[in-house]
Structure formats: C-alpha cells, structure tokens
Design a binder for this molecule. Structure first.
Ligand SMILES: [Cu+2]
Length: 318
C-alpha cells in the first residue's frame, strides 16, 4: 500500500491531521466565498431590454462595506495564522519522536535503486541489502539518508513525509511503524530516466518476526550446494557479476550494484520493477537495459545451461 491517507505510524498520522485541518479550512473558505458571490448576484439590480442597468449607485458609498471588508480580511488573516501555527506545532511534534532505543539503518540512493545497511545496536554494520527494508512494529527507526550520484528523495507516505537525499550532505528521517503491513516507498525527486522505477518496500513486522528476519539476513549465502547450483555459483563468479555485486560467503565483493546475498527473499527485482521469479530474473540478467533503460547493469550473454545453473543458484540465495 502506498497512501498518505492511511497512516501506519505516529509521524504519518500527525501529517494527516494537519492535512485534514488544511483541507477543512480551505473548503470552508471556498464555500463561504461562493455563497458571498451568490448573494451578491441575487441582490444586484436587474436590467432588461426596456430598463437599462441602474448604475447611479455604483459610486455611492455602501453602508457596511467598510465593516465587511475589515471583517473578511481579519478572518482570512486569523485563519492563515491558525494554519501556520498548526504547521509549526506539527513540525515540532514530528521532531519529538523519542529515538533512544531506535533501530539504525543507512539508506543510500543510487540511480535507480536503494542500498540499505543495517547497523547493530552497538553501531557496527550488521548486514546490507537492497530495496526491501523490514522494521519492527512499535520501535522507532532512524534512517540516515545518503545519495551516491544525484538527488533522490526517500518517501514512504504511510510512515512519514518526504526527505531529500543530497550527495555530500547527511540527513536523517525518523519514523515508527505502529501497524504491521507492507508499505511502498517511491523516490520523490526526479533523478533521471528510470526515476519512476525506483520504488522500495518497507515491511513492518511484529518484533519477534523482525528479529527472525534480521537473523536470516545476517547469515552468509548457503554453502552446501547440489552440482547444478555449484555450477551456477561458478558462472556468477567467473562472469562479470562479482565485479558489481556482493554475495556474502563467496568471493563476490562488488559494491556497484545491490548486495545479492539474500536476493531470493525479495518480492521484487530492480527496485520494484519486476516480480521476483525465475523468468523475470532470467530476463533481467540477459537484458536489463530493455527492462530498465539506462541502468548501470550491462546485459550478459550466457549459454542456456549456464544461465539455468546461474538461476538455480540464485534461487538458493534466500
Ligand atoms: Cu531517485
């Protein structure tokens, strides 16, 4: 789900309250102005072909005009100040989320995918993955935002507002998911050709389930392989893949593309572009630039047996 109207956490629901207030005030003002126009038209003198418009009163001073103008202006000013106040109060409330026991994640925006480095409680790096974050329900999360190339914007509307990721500048966003669920995020700053295909997921799990997930992500790739999978691993290591991708537990240590240690546990490939299944994975490896023009990943021509073995191995990366 991706919607600012269904908040799943404190931050998003405060923003929604502010939005409701603004919407309510603006609608009330709009209706009041329409009513005023309507009554003005009703009261205006009528003219027909026989009776020319009566304009003699146009320059005469109207009783009560001064008062209505002063009143209307004051109401507008008061309402606008009210909105500014609500804005400031919301902003302060947003910055007051207690984060002492927070989970820390570093998210880096790349053209056009997201790298996430989870830190353990002592601040040491725990594991790295791409595009699909998990967070525990009820625990605050502090996400340190970075950009590797151009400006991106981190935005998960169910959890919080937007925050820019500017190269060379550090920023953080803090949120807490209070309802379990899968929330879709989207890059919200035009960042090149495939900006629209730069999505990600935040899954909010109950704490025990989150811990189980994190424990699995920490593990390296499985070592005990059947012959086909072992051959697939060889293909991965001897082709160019390892230059760009890491798979923990193998010699592959590239850091240009997503960490693939647990790629098979993700729902999507290439930042929300393709459902993660064998067919799409094959299509992606053979010709990523048709699926996502401009991506840094080159296409790889493989013999069919090698491709099948590679796919079989990648399916073990759960
Ligand atoms: Cu982007």
């Amino acid at each position: 789900m991706q919607s600012a109207l269904f908040p799943a956490g404190v931050q998003a629901s405060r923003i929604l309250d502010l939005w409701h207030l603004t919407l309510g005030v603006c609608c009330a003002v709009f209706v009041a102005i329409l009513l005023a126009c309507f009554f003005a038209m009703l009261r205006a003198p009528r003219a027909t072909r026989a009776t020319p418009p009566e304009t003699s009163g146009a320059h005469a001073s109207q009783p009560g005009l001064r008062l209505s103008v002063i009143l209307a202006t004051s109401i507008s000013v008061i309402l606008l100040f009210g909105l500014i106040l609500a804005d400031v109060l919301t902003d302060r409330a947003l910055s007051r989320l207690p984060v002492d026991k927070a989970l820390h994640i570093e998210v880096t925006g790349y053209q056009w995918w997201w790298q996430a480095r989870y830190l353990s409680d002592d601040g040491a790096p725990a594991f790295t993955l791409a595009n699909e974050l998990h967070v525990p329900v009820g625990r605050p999360v502090v996400v340190a935002l970075k950009a590797a190339d151009v400006i991106h914007t981190f935005w998960v509307p169910n959890l919080h507002g937007k925050k820019d990721m500017i190269p060379g500048r550090d920023a953080t966003i803090e949120f807490r998911a209070d309802k379990p669920g899968v929330y879709r995020g989207q890059c919200a700053e035009f960042c090149g050709y495939e900006h629209a295909l730069m999505a990600f997921l935040v899954t909010a799990d109950p704490p025990a389930q989150y811990e189980a997930w994190a424990a699995r992500q920490r593990l390296p790739a499985v070592d005990t392989l059947d012959t086909v999978a072992a051959r697939g691993r060889e293909v991965f290591l001897t082709q160019d893949c390892a230059r760009c991708h890491s798979v923990r537990g193998t010699p592959a240590q590239g850091n240009i593309g997503p960490d693939l240690t647990h790629v098979a546990s993700r729902q999507f490939l290439a930042a929300g572009t393709l459902a993660n299944n064998r067919g799409n994975l094959a299509g992606w490896i053979v010709d990523p630039r048709t699926l996502k023009p401009g991506t840094a990943m080159p296409s790889t021509r493989l013999r069919p047996e090698d491709l099948q073995a590679l796919l079989t191995w990648m399916e073990t990366l759960k």
